[in-house]
Ligand binder design. Structure first.
Ligand code: DGY
Length: 321
């Protein structure tokens, strides 16, 4: 029997990360990289010491309750933790960690890309070339909105929100934010704090969501809040789909009550609400905010550093419970 801790790895991870896992642990890899059902996950957890899920594995209260006592830790390959019932984990005495910091740049890049693509109607332009329907240049086709010098509202001025603010300043954007607390002057770098989301929304040319997904933020973007945005506003979401009420967003996009949306995250991924596909004023990406080679390696190594700490009896740097 191996003396190395046995670790269930939810999905395929970058080769360098799997190599270190193979060297230091006794891993059970997911060769097919297909999301495990709840039953499969529990069956495979029978004799493991730790689990490495991605956001695709739902560590709900019933899954956590059914885990064998041998499981000590859940070290998630994600910064988001909405797939883990943290209260259930804490009650069971499980260590839970995530991967903050290392994906700030990659996610802020995707937010910037969505902001630009949605504002400049990149989807329609790209489609006209790929479908060979670009008939002629005219002074009116593809007219979008310029983001330079405009106001950017950020919901959740945490690690990613602050990097996005820095990138947006290079476009001379004026930064506003809504957060639980105002930042220090040093952190804010001139960004304007709004205690209430409702006060900030009418000022936003672009609104970008960066808050965690939890019961407080569920459907924060809904009929009432969307109605406060100006008609030329662009909504960007790289956080989690659950922050947005799909019915409300789809309705305002259909009725052109806002200009456009750029979305990287959705409710019920990958089976997203099919109405999004019909909307020209929507630029859609398949949850690739952290998908750069550099970032996925860094996320994997961060998971392993947390896991190593658990098994040498130290406090992992990204301890959540
Ligand atoms: C995260 O790390 O939370 C990203 O959304 C990928 O899972």
């Amino acid at each position: 029997m191996s003396a190395k801790p046995r670790v269930l790895v939810g999905r395929k991870l970058p080769p360098n990360v799997e190599a270190r896992l193979r060297q230091d642990y006794d891993p059970i890899f997911n060769q097919d990289d297909v999301v495990y059902s709840k039953e499969q996950l529990l069956a495979l957890s029978v004799d493991v010491d730790a689990i490495i899920p991605c956001h695709t594995e739902h560590m709900s209260a019933d899954v956590i309750a059914a885990l064998p006592d041998r499981v000590k830790a859940i070290c998630s390959f994600s910064v988001g933790t909405d797939h883990i019932d943290l209260i259930a984990a804490k009650n069971k005495g499980l260590i839970v960690t995530n991967t903050p910091d290392v994906l700030n740049d990659a996610t802020a890049e995707i937010a910037m890309l969505l902001m630009l693509a949605a504002s400049r109607r990149a989807y329609e332009g790209e489609r006209s070339i790929r479908t060979d329907t670009w008939a002629d240049w005219t002074a009116f086709d593809g007219l979008g909105l310029q983001i330079t010098g405009k106001r950017l509202g950020i919901v959740g001025m945490g690690r990613v929100g602050r990097v996005l603010a820095k990138r947006a300043r290079a476009f001379d954007m004026e930064i506003h934010y809504h957060n639980r607390r105002p930042l220090s002057d040093d952190e804010a770098q001139g960004a304007i704090f709004h205690e209430s989301l409702e006060a900030m929304l009418p000022l936003c040319d672009v609104l970008s969501i960066h808050c965690p997904s939890n019961s407080d933020s569920k459907h924060l973007i809904n009929r009432e809040t969307l109605a406060l945005l100006p008609e030329h506003a662009v909504l960007v979401n790289t956080a989690r789909g659950a922050v947005v009420d799909d019915d409300a967003l789809i309705e305002v996009l259909q009725q052109r009550k806002i200009f456009a949306a750029g979305l990287d995250v959705f409710n019920n991924e990958p089976a997203i609400d099919p109405r999004y596909r019909e909307l020209d004023n929507c630029f859609l990406l398949p949850h690739i905010g952290s998908a750069t080679r550099e970032t996925r390696d860094a996320m994997g190594f961060r998971v392993l550093d947390n896991l190593d700490a658990v098994f040498v009896g130290k406090v992992p740097q990204d301890l959540l419970t």
